[in-house]
Design a protein around this ligand. Sequence first.
Ligand SMILES: [Zn+2]
Length: 108
Amino acid sequence: MAVVNMTEVLARQILKDPELLKLLPCHCDRCLDDVLAMALNHLPPRYAATDTGQLYVQVEYLRPQLRSDILRELAQAALWVSSHPHHQSVEGAGGDAPSAKGEGGSGA
Ligand SMILES: [Zn+2]
């Protein structure tokens, strides 16, 4: 048995929705994590004790009730992150190397 936050499980699934990703110009892990964290901060957690087999049953059961709420928060978070990305357009606010994360290809 394990305790999982069903809100987080659903949010991670909904975060892959193409309609939602349209709102976000950058789909890197950093931006997706920002969106997920921001949305989860605005949503009540729903913990469930479950084993892995039951998890998906409960997710499907809860989906219609929670999906609209989660989608709304994710959409708002995506819009915010798209206008406040952490890894670019931070002029003089810290100077994170924009390409610190290896993207492959042009590595020397
Ligand atoms: Zn990004």
